[in-house]
Write a protein that binds this ligand. Sequence first.
Ligand SMILES: Cc1cc2nc3c(=O)[nH]c(=O)nc-3n(C[C@H](O)[C@H](O)[C@H](O)COP(=O)(O)OP(=O)(O)OC[C@H]3O[C@@H](n4cnc5c(N)ncnc54)[C@H](O)[C@@H]3O)c2cc1C
Length: 381
Amino acid sequence: MSSEAPRVVVCGAGVIGASIAYHLALRGVASTVVERSEVACAASGKSGGFLALDWCDSSPLGPLARASYAMHAELARRIDIDYGYRQVTTFGVAARAAGGIGADNGDAGAAWLDGACTVYARLGGTDTTAQVHPRRFTRALMDEAQRLGATLVTGCVEGVEVTGAPPSVRGVRVDGAEMPADAVVIAMGPWTDSACAWLPLPRVDGLKGFSVTLEPTAPVPAQALFVDYVDAHGERLSPEIFARPDGQVYLCGLSDDQPLPDDPAGVSVDADATAMLARIAGHLSSAMGAGRVLKRNACYRPICADALPIMGQVPGVAGAFVASGHNCWGILNAPASGAAIAELITAGESTRVDLRPFTPARFSAAAASPVGRGATRPLPG
Ligand SMILES: Cc1cc2nc3c(=O)[nH]c(=O)nc-3n(C[C@H](O)[C@H](O)[C@H](O)COP(=O)(O)OP(=O)(O)OC[C@H]3O[C@@H](n4cnc5c(N)ncnc54)[C@H](O)[C@@H]3O)c2cc1C
C-alpha cells in the first residue's frame, strides 16, 4: 500500500461492515461500502440487539465482548442519533404451555409477567446487560461513516480481483465492473461463504431464526427475558424477549434448517414459527397476549465451524481482509470488531483487541467443513 490513504472497499453493510466503515472514517480513511440490498437488511436489522458484558467470558470472545460492551456505552454518548441504547435488567424465566407453573413475579420486579411463568434467576443487571435497536444502530454507524467521508454504493460484489505473485488485491468486481481497491474487507455475514470462491476463506454457514415484534397493551419495563419454555408436546424451546424503549417488544429464539437464499431479499418467513412466538408471548403476559403483532421476520446469523468469528488478514493475499461469523453476538461485538479491523488495515496490527483467536488461518482444509451450529445462546453461569 502507498503512504497515501488506502482505497478500501467494505463488502456488506450489516452491523460489521458499517462498524468497520465508521472506524476507518475515524482514522481518516474514507472507504466505499458496497451493499447488495439495503443497510441492515439482514440479521443486523432483524436481531435482538441484546448486549452483555460478561456472558462470553468463558470463551475466546470474552475480551472482544468486554471491549465492545464498554464501546457501546461510549458510542451512545458520542453519536448524536437515538438508536435505543439503554441498560436493562435480565431475567431467566420458566414457562409451560400446559400451565402448572406460575408465581407472583412482582417480587422479582416483573409483575407484568402475569401468565403461567416464573422468574427463576436474575441473569444480569443494568451494570452488565443493555440493548440497542439493531437496525437503527447499524444505520447510525453507517450514517456517521458517511458524514465522515465514506461512500455507500448499492451493488452486488461478484468477486475480488487479485494480481501478481505473491498475490495482492487490485479491486472488487461489482455488477460486472471492476472497482479499484488497495484493500477489501469481506463483511457479508452468512453470504461471506460465496467469497470462498474468490479467496482462501473457511466456510461460513447461515442459521435461520424467526422473530416477532409486537405492541403490548400496557407499558413494559426495561427488561430482557431468556425463557425456558416447554410447549404442549413437551418440546423445550428457548425464546428470548426484549422490551424496547419505543414501547414495542421483540421475541426470537425459534430456528430452522432452511438453506440460505442467494439473495438477502429472498429470506422467507414461516407463519407457524412466528405464530408460536406470539403464542408464547401470550402465555407469559396478558399485555403481550392482547397486543398487536407489528412484524414477523426471519434472518440468518453467520456461523463458522467453531462458532467463533473469522476476523483478520486473508492468508496469502495482501490487502484482503475478512470480518464475519459473529454468530449470536454480532450486535454486541460490532464496535470492537470494527475498530480492530480498521486498525489492522491502517496500522498493520490491532492493538485494541487480540485478533489471533479469530484468524481465518486457524482452519485447516479438513476442518473447513462441516459447519458447527450453536443453536442457542449460552447463558451466564
Ligand atoms: C434471530 C436473531 C437474533 C439475534 N440477536 C442478537 C442479539 O440480541 N445480540 C447480538 O449481539 N447479536 C444477535 N444476533 C446476531 C447478529 O444479528 C449477527 O451476528 C449480526 O447481525 C451479523 O452481522 P453481519 O454484518 O456480519 O451480517 P449481516 O447482517 O447478514 O449483513 C451482511 C450484509 O452483506 C450484504 N451482502 C451479502 N452479499 C453481498 C454481496 N455479494 N454484495 C454486497 N453486499 C452483500 C447483505 O445484503 C447484508 O446487508 C441475532 C441473530 C439472529 C438471527
